[in-house]
Design a protein around this ligand. Sequence first.
Ligand SMILES: [Zn+2]
Length: 350
Amino acid sequence: MRGIYVADVGDGLCMAIHTISGRTAQIDCGGQDEKAAFSGFERILNYFHSLDTFILSHYHGDHYNGLLYAYVNRYRYPPLRIREVYHPRIPEFREKMKLLLYLFTMNLVVFGSETGVMAYDLLQTITRINNGVRPKHTPCSKGELIKISGSVFEVLWPPATISDDKTLHDITQALKDFEKALEEDEETRRLYDHVKEEGIFEDYFSEEDGRNERERYGENYAYGKCERRKLPEVVEKANKSLRKAANHLGLAFFEDNRILFLGDTEGFEIKQIIDELRTKGRENFYILVAPHHGTHWHKSLEQIGCIYSLSSSGRKLCSKFKPQLKEISQRSLATFVNGDILIPEWWRFS
Ligand SMILES: [Zn+2]
């Protein structure tokens, strides 16, 4: 990594890193709304002039809602050829299938139009942005490497299997809250029945790159289309719980002592990640992308140091900013204060 650009997109994340070999890896493409996200995406593209790899930290709207908009507005930027896509692999745990079924349904409830199957929707959208050329697609778990033309990023989270009680407890709570929404909200139930009957989520496991789904459902497949509506309270609650559960399954990674990316990880994961880094002797970083937009903290973070800590947040999240970040970094930057954050080649600062 020799440069990094974090666009000011309000509450969300849209950033890119420029590798030593001159490749650009976009990390997430979300924002407080899709227009803000797309505008951030355009500014990054204008600055780096290329986009070779897309890394999605996790399947939350504030991390990918600009992608569909980028497709619709593709005439506004030069044609792209994204060669590789990386995203977190869903770990093994008890009731995994159930949680996925609920998550897919909730994606339909909240976003309305696509299939609800996250990896499939992501690939479909990027294939469209690529003018029909399908990118190579790699789900990642802890210990696996993301290699971008000589730069090596090691995945720290999610693990291949989840067995700890804390995460399982949040998952169980999300399942319960969703089941309550199913009982009380007819529209959620209708979409749930669709996802279940179509069996699309089972295909998700049958072939990881999603080709089966594509052949089966065709290029323009979408079902259960519904208007965006104001969600009833019980559905909002289920959505919130599912989002929390999904935060446990997001991507975190590092590249030697250059960048530590913590995505939207929660305190519990942060501790495990920092413990792991310390066993590897990695305690100091040039750049830390702070967890959950600078709003999550665990005291284990006191054991690392960085030159820059970067937080991407808007009006809503900035009030939850963790001031401790200032103590572990020489400079703490946040998009709601600094606007677009651009850290150029690091040798300029040596
Ligand atoms: Zn987020």
